[in-house]
Design a protein around this ligand. Structure first.
Ligand SMILES: Nc1ncnc2c1ncn2[C@@H]1O[C@H](COP(=O)(O)OP(=O)(O)O)[C@@H](O)[C@H]1O
Ligand SMILES: [Mg+2]
Length: 401
């Protein structure tokens, strides 16, 4: 007694677990009892449903008739199921038919391409259940039409590809512009060098030129400038392509680099009578980053703050934490930047006040490089400046978690 009770309980559980299958088991019984009632019920289903046995269609509900592009069920009844399936899916169909008929298994949804009477291809998902129809082993197929969904997927895929191409073209355009800019920057000093070489070589013929020294000095200036330019350009173009911050495992402590940066710029600062200050204690600011790049970023900003300063001016270097960001600041009370120049200073080759460059040191690439370094490290760089009063550059970088 208790045994049969236990068995019953087990059956209930497994029936509950196989909800879907049990529904069809139930349907099967109904069919055996009254196939007419089954057909009536199935007609109500908005999903296309069909029964096939011995490889042929035996029954289709109205939704299935419409799905196959037929006028009435008789147009399809008796026809081979395989003829309505795209050849690419024939193997799968045969495999699944075998499983349904021989193993009497309910098969999960699977994708098919179906062919309709009016020659359309439709992407569908089909669930198959073993069945008995008119006393013979059969299977009931439930069709879910996903053609529209697939079309949308395809559309999205094309959209993604188009976007990727657009980005590539944009990158290509930027590269071309970059090369054009660089050429321009190199051409000017070269022209000056050529002119001065001619001048120096013509020495003697030109009575006015007492010594070639002036020409040589001009050449030396331009050569110095070209070397700097090429060094900066190399920085902007070399490792950039391969740099993947996400995959980087190196960590750097920015507070150390700030302290070092201040030390390394002391000579330059003293020469210009500028004091560079940094608080005694800066919190440790560990980030995931490339040390050489971070050094370059910090030095660029401190050097700018010293270079674009006034006699007896000061520079304050700082480091702190705001939320999950490391914050670096370089503040100066120097010449400041005009409203006109401010939006452009991070652009390559941009120099405000082009006249003041006694040593040929300015390439206009320092801030472009600084911005680039910041951004490949997942950070942002900002500037606040008032002409004649001074500037503050702030860099935010994600702290290590
Ligand atoms: N701290 C600063 N104060 C005033 N002007 C600055 C400062 N930093 C940068 N600039 C301006 O921005 C321009 C671009 O800077 P940068 O890219 O470092 O190029 P470079 O220093 O080679 O000219 C500079 O030419 C200068 O006019
Ligand atoms: Mg600079």
């Amino acid at each position: 007694m208790s045994n049969s009770k236990g068995k019953k309980k087990q059956e209930t559980i497994s029936a509950r677990n196989r909800n879907h299958a049990s529904y069809h088991e139930h349907t099967t019984k109904t069919v055996e009892a009254n196939e007419k009632l089954y057909r009536y019920l199935v007609q109500l289903s908005p999903n296309p449903l069909f029964i096939h046995s011995e490889g042929k269609f035996k029954f289709l509900n109205e939704a299935a008739v419409a799905f196959f592009g037929a006028k009435k069920a008789e147009d399809i009844m008796g026809k081979l199921v395989i003829d309505f399936v795209h050849p690419d899916y024939h193997k799968q169909l045969l495999r699944r038919m075998k499983a349904t008929f021989e193993e009497k298994r309910t098969l999960p949804l699977v994708e098919y391409k179906m062919l309709t009477l009016d020659g359309k291809e439709k992407t569908v998902e089909i669930a198959s259940n073993p069945f008995t129809y008119q006393g013979k082993p059969a299977a009931q197929g439930t069709i879910i039409d996903v053609t529209k969904h697939k079309k949308k997927e395809e559309f999205l895929r094309i959209q993604r590809e188009t976007l990727a191409i657009k980005i590539k073209l944009e990158e290509e355009k930027l590269r071309t512009e970059f090369i054009a800019d660089a050429m321009h920057e190199i051409r000017t000093p070269l022209a000056i060098i050529r002119g001065n070489v001619d001048l120096a070589l013509g020495f003697g013929k030109n009575r006015k030129l007492k010594s070639p020294k002036i020409a040589l000095r001009a050449i030396s200036y331009e050569v110095e400038h070209l070397s700097r330019l090429l060094r900066d350009l190399t920085m902007l173009t070399s490792r950039g392509g391969e740099f993947e911050w996400e995959n980087l495992t190196d960590t750097v402590d920015l507070s150390k680099l700030l302290e070092e940066g201040v030390k390394r710029t002391q000579v330059l600062a003293r020469k210009m009578n500028i004091s560079v200050r940094i608080p005694k204690k800066i919190p440790s600011l560990s980030i995931k980053g490339d040390k050489a790049y971070m050094e370059k970023l910090i030095l660029n900003l401190i050097k700018n703050a010293i270079t674009y300063n006034k006699k007896d001016g000061w520079v304050k270097v700082g480091g702190s934490k705001i939320g999950d960001k490391a914050v670096l600041t370089m503040e100066d009370n120097g010449i400041g930047i005009s409203e006109y120049d401010l939006p452009h200073i991070f652009e390559r080759f941009y120099r405000a006040e082009k006249m003041r460059d006694p040593e040929g040191k300015r390439t206009g690439l320092g801030l472009a490089i600084s911005k680039w370094i910041t951004e490949i490290h997942g950070g942002t760089i900002h500037v606040i400046s008032t002409l004649g009063k001074g500037s503050t550059f702030t860099v935010f970088l994600p702290l290590l978690k």
